[in-house]
Write a protein that binds this ligand. Structure first.
Ligand code: ISE
Length: 333
């Protein structure tokens, strides 16, 4: 299966490299980015990969059987429409689209046409999260009733990137909202958010924040609390805990390697600095799962409905922060 990658920022480059080197049953055949230098900077297999500046040319190229959309979030809806016109299955980076209205439009169009759309919630493919999900499904911790999440980036993204990301909740929060829904087996129905700008002053002009707490309620009575941080400084830090009636499951910080340095001045270890490292395996696994589902004609494992539900929570979170009150999540499938 030939796959083309649209957008060669951080995520597009990761997907392109994985496709070029380590996905069974698929290979990289084309890349597209409006900036010609980007396509040159990515090291791609000689000769076999076509480089385009216009993504439409990639969509029409021979040998492209499916695509990965990893362009900036604000371009997703437009690009996905063109992808759908050609009936190409797609793995789209999160969020589906920055607004709920656009996301619903994309979902309905793909659903009607029966074209597979997998969403890039890679944490669902991370080995630790897969084990946690399986244990919860097997009833090991009884009835789950509380979700806690900590999501800290080392540094806030540059303003130019943040401007096209849909804001803190659509860009970063959606991962946590998706994990909570998936692991708890419930939908988030109400949120209350506090937040502010503590480090990245320029974010004030964007009307965005760099620190937030999201407290939420779920449709079967579950509760949750999420901390989102853009500037942890010491590294990338993702932690999750699910509490159930018979125990808890914790996914903690993972070191980059198992090395610990012990000297007379103290003991130190290493730490992952970014999602590129922490979820390296998950990015490969999500692509492999996408390809496997296409080959076997199975439904994709994370779909546009997951995209809508998480963007609906992100919109409610934004509104709660602005209005200082609890907000109901209104989207109803
Ligand atoms: C970033 O945009 C991502 O999508 C990463 O997966 C996430 O962990 C990070 O917090 C976001 O800023």
């Amino acid at each position: 299966m030939g796959i083309g990658v649209i957008g060669l920022g951080t995520m597009g480059t990761i997907h392109a490299n994985n496709l070029a080197t380590s996905i069974f049953g698929a290979g990289l055949v084309a890349v597209a980015d409006p900036d010609p230098h980007r396509a040159e900077q990515v090291s791609l297999p000689e000769g076999a990969v076509h480089r385009f500046s216009d993504y439409r040319a990639l969509l029409d190229a021979k040998g492209v059987d499916a695509v990965v959309v990893a362009s900036s979030s604000t371009t997703h809806a437009e690009i996905l429409q063109e992808v759908l016109m050609r009936h190409l299955p797609v793995l789209c980076e999160k969020p589906l689209a920055p607004s709920l209205q656009e996301s619903v439009g994309v979902h309905e169009a793909f659903h009607r046409a029966g074209v597979p759309l997998q969403l890039g919630f890679m944490r669902r493919f991370d080995p630790a999260y897969v084990r946690a999900f399986e244990a919860i499904q097997a009833g090991v911790i009884g009835t789950v009733y509380h979700y806690s999440g900590i999501s800290r980036d080392q540094f806030a993204p540059p303003l130019a990137v943040a401007q096209h990301s849909g804001g803190f909740f659509a860009d970063t929060g959606v991962h946590e909202f998706d994990l909570a829904r998936w692991l708890m087996g419930q939908e988030i129905v109400e949120v209350f958010v506090r937040g502010g700008v503590f480090v990245s002053d320029a974010y004030r002009d964007l009307g965005d924040v760099d620190q937030a707490h999201v407290s939420f309620g779920m449709d079967a009575g579950g509760l949750g609390l999420i901390e989102l941080t853009r500037n942890a400084m010491y590294g990338y830090d993702i932690r999750t805990e699910i509490l159930g009636s018979r125990g808890a499951i914790r996914i903690g910080v993972q070191p980059e390697t198992g090395m610990t340095l012990l000297t007379e001045t103290g003991v130190t270890g290493d730490h992952v600095l970014s999602y590129r490292d922490r979820f390296r395996e998950a990015y490969r696994e999500e692509l492999q799962a996408f390809v496997r589902c296409l080959h076997q004609g199975l439904p994709v494992l994370v779909n546009s409905l997951d995209g809508i539900r998480t963007v609906a929570v992100a919109e409610a979170a934004k509104q709660s922060l602005a209005e200082g009150r609890s907000v109901e999540v209104t989207y109803d499938a």
